[in-house]
Write a protein that binds this ligand. Structure first.
Ligand code: 9MR
Length: 401
């Protein structure tokens, strides 16, 4: 018995040393990597991309080791000391600069500290916890606990709250899609859902993405259970229910790939025009802004399109801005990203009816991009280590100039 415990202790004592350093060619860093971050003698931990740093042989250094943090820090960082929300309001003339967030990452105290700084972020959008699958997972059973956490965080920090969303083809509870409901039942289900969720947050929400992503990229109506049964009448049903539930909240329709003129932007313009003509409550168009480094439309093209929306008598907001790149990050890509952020922000600044800009989370650490677009990422102004990137300076310049 004694012999066994001694052996076990000996093995345990050895373990930290055994896993303290990675072998040559082994992983030594990357997002969510919990293993060693230094390399055995004769190799150097070398940054490959946000998810992977590797021990590469380095005879020249005679075995010097370095950490992921050191190699990441060798990329250019943001240098501006101005604060995004303060500058958005004072020099940009906007209501807010904000960020999306999500419940799982709220256990990260360093992350929350920056998120809670209302000189940086004056507005918060819950990334997932107010969606249908989260709020009405089975018919008539409403769960607001996770959404309430985000609402309380925004309130405690003196930040505006954006509701996201009442109805969307994605993250819709399966009982709705699989229920074989007829048009009358679906109308009632939608009324109940929007009315209950918007009522719950009444008085706390500045604006609601009532309808999310109603169009395909070619401007046709996106097919899903509500549009299949009701056509675009479902949009009216949702907006009317939301207005009755919270008369003070600004009601938006939100979509991506409507940044500049094109079939999808035209479809949105036509929809808003017809809603206005019918007297349906509609206050804003959310331009999500999921963009690509080096492929951002010109400021002139953005401004012209933003003004085509505001000419309809609605406000607009950039609601989910991120500008992704093909990894790995390089100084040249980060510089282009800085320019691209500046372009979008300065276009919003130039249009009086563009009320604010929200980034789709603030750090690459919690971005949705790598999980969906393989090999792409680094889309946000803070890196995986919560260090500001040149993109941060682009945002400040966009609001300032
Ligand atoms: O950020 C959200 C991510 O965590 C979810 O997995 C994803 C599921 O569809 O939705 C993301 O947010 C989306 C937003 O609700 C609507 N516009 C596109 C966003 C990115 O996919």
């Amino acid at each position: 018995m004694l012999r066994i415990s001694v052996s076990l202790a000996a093995v345990l004592a050895l373990l930290p040393t055994a896993i303290a350093q990675s072998d040559v060619w082994g992983q030594c860093g990357g997002q969510e990597w919990l293993g060693p971050t230094t390399c055995v003698s004769g190799s150097v931990c070398t940054f490959q991309n946000s998810f992977y740093s590797q021990c590469l042989p380095n005879a020249a250094t005679g075995g010097a080791t370095t950490t992921t943090a050191t190699t990441v820090a060798s990329l250019p960082t943001g240098t501006s000391t101005a604060k995004t929300n303060t500058v958005a309001k004072t020099l940009g003339g906007k209501l807010y600069f904000g960020s999306a967030t999500d419940n799982p990452e709220l256990t990260d105290t360093a992350y929350v500290a920056t998120l809670s700084d209302n000189t940086l972020f004056g507005q918060i959008t819950p990334g997932n916890s107010m969606k249908w699958d989260a709020t009405e997972p089975s018919q008539g059973t409403f769960t607001f606990a996770a959404g309430d956490v985000i609402a309380a965080l925004a309130k405690n920090n003196g930040q505006l709250l954006r509701g996201h969303n009442c109805v969307w083809y994605n993250q819709l509870a399966s009982w709705v899609t699989a229920g074989n409901f007829n048009a009358t039942a679906l109308t009632s289900i939608l009324q109940t859902h929007c009315s209950t969720v918007v009522s719950h947050y009444a008085g706390q929400v500045y604006s609601w993405d009532v309808v999310n992503e109603p169009f395909n990229d070619d401007g046709t109506v996106r097919a899903f259970v509500f549009s299949n049964a009701l056509g675009l009448a479902y949009v009216t049903t949702a907006l009317v229910a939301a207005r009755a539930a919270d008369p003070k909240a600004k009601l938006y329709i939100n979509d991506y790939n409507i940044d500049s003129a094109g079939a999808k932007a035209t479809a949105m313009i036509n929809l808003v025009t017809s809603l206005k003509a019918a007297g349906t409550p509609i206050d804003g168009v959310g331009i999500q802004g999921h963009l690509i480094v080096g492929e951002v439309p010109s400021k002139a093209a953005l401004v012209a399109n933003y003004e085509a929306f505001t000419a309809l008598g609605v406000e607009i907001a950039i609601t989910e801005l991120d500008i992704r790149m093909t990894l790995p990050e390089t100084p040249a890509l980060l510089a282009q990203q800085q320019t691209d952020y500046q372009t979008v922000i300065s276009a919003c600044k130039a249009v009086a009816g563009c009320v604010g800009v929200t980034i789709w989370d603030y750090t690459d650490k919690y971005s949705w991009i790598p999980g969906v677009f393989s090999g792409q990422g680094a889309a946000l102004p803070w890196d995986d280590n919560l260090v500001r990137k040149p993109a941060y300076d682009g945002i400040i310049a966009g609001f300032t100039n």
